[in-house]
Design a binder for this molecule. Structure first.
Ligand code: AMP
Length: 289
């Protein structure tokens, strides 16, 4: 496995791979790798000749009062984990200045209108601009045939698909299922912030999603009715505070008042300072308890 830290070195590696007609798979991450990330990387290894994993805590997607400074960084540990995976893997861990130069505030921003302002974009106003700006830069450098994203960040996945299509990028965007802890909590690097009690409370989000799936399987289609019932799972003194629950179409993210097989439920909340997101397809029977 090779660790690359500069754009220049990455560019020459990519030119050699392209000259040899190698298929390139790419999984962008912010590191502190867990099984959710590893599922994307393993799929890329299966599908491609070369897999590139970027590890870069992207400053432009964090708001002023968010956790950029304390976001967990453990590059050496991540490298050890990746070395255990069979297959050709390149880790790309660039410096901030290599990606954004020395004037990060005046650089080009990639903005997907409308979708970036909804749901998570309402409170994290520059978040999707930051994500699209880093992903575009990495796509242009790495020129992957396929790029792998987790459905854990479902709005991000839909926005990246739209951006890739709009910018005529010849990259196949592949979404993969959410990997969960035993208690149902979606794996996330931010789960490290949670105490044992907070982790138990955090799993209530999955309980809400499972209950919505159950109501749908029993024939309920009214999104408001389902929403009211699942909100009832959270007591007033719970540590978990819900930011939003949205019933949306999986392809367009448009709100749906009547649920169908295409409905995705998106939930965001927080426990103390830790923000949590999760989602599932309402007709997914694997979530029925
Ligand atoms: P992050 O390092 O949090 O920016 O995530 C990098 C990629 O891993 C994104 O495409 C995420 O959606 C994906 N990912 C994060 N957590 C999970 C999970 N629990 N299951 C599947 N994919 C995930």
């Amino acid at each position: 496995m090779k660790v690359v830290t500069t754009c220049q070195e990455m560019r020459s590696l990519i030119s050699r791979a392209k000259a040899q007609k190698k298929q390139i798979g790419f999984a962008p991450t912010m590191g502190c790798l867990h099984e959710g990330h590893l599922s994307l990387i393993s799929k890329s290894i299966q599908d491609n000749d070369i897999t590139i994993v970027s590890i870069f805590v992207n400053p432009t997607q964090f708001g002023k009062n968010e956790d950029f400074d304390r976001y967990p960084r453990q590059l050496q540990n991540d490298i050890k984990l990746l070395e255990k995976l069979p297959g050709v893997t390149v880790v790309f861990a660039p410096s901030y200045s290599d990606i954004y130069g020395n004037a990060p505030n005046t650089q080009t921003i990639v903005h997907v209108p409308h979708l970036s302002k909804l749901y998570c974009g309402k409170t994290r106003t520059n978040f999707f601009d930051g994500v699209c700006s880093i992903v575009t830069r990495l796509f242009n450098l790495i020129l992957p045939n396929r790029a792998y994203f987790g459905e854990k960040d479902f709005q991000q996945f839909v926005i990246i698909k739209m951006m890739t299509a709009d910018l005529l990028l010849n990259i196949n965007i592949i979404g993969l299922p959410i990997i969960r802890e035993i208690n149902g909590l979606a794996m996330s690097s931010r789960n490290q912030y949670l105490s044992k009690i907070e982790r138990d409370e955090a799993s209530l989000i999955y309980t809400m999603l499972s209950n919505a799936c159950k109501l749908f399987s029993e024939g309920e289609r009214d999104a408001d009715v389902i929403q009211k019932k699942i909100r009832g799972i959270i007591s007033h003194n719970s540590l978990l505070k819900i930011e939003y629950i949205a019933f949306v179409h999986s392809d367009t993210l448009k709100v749906m008042s009547q649920c169908t097989e295409q409905t995705r439920i998106l939930i965001a909340g927080c426990i103390n300072q830790t923000r949590l997101i999760d989602n599932c397809n309402i007709s997914d029977k694997t979530h029925l308890i």
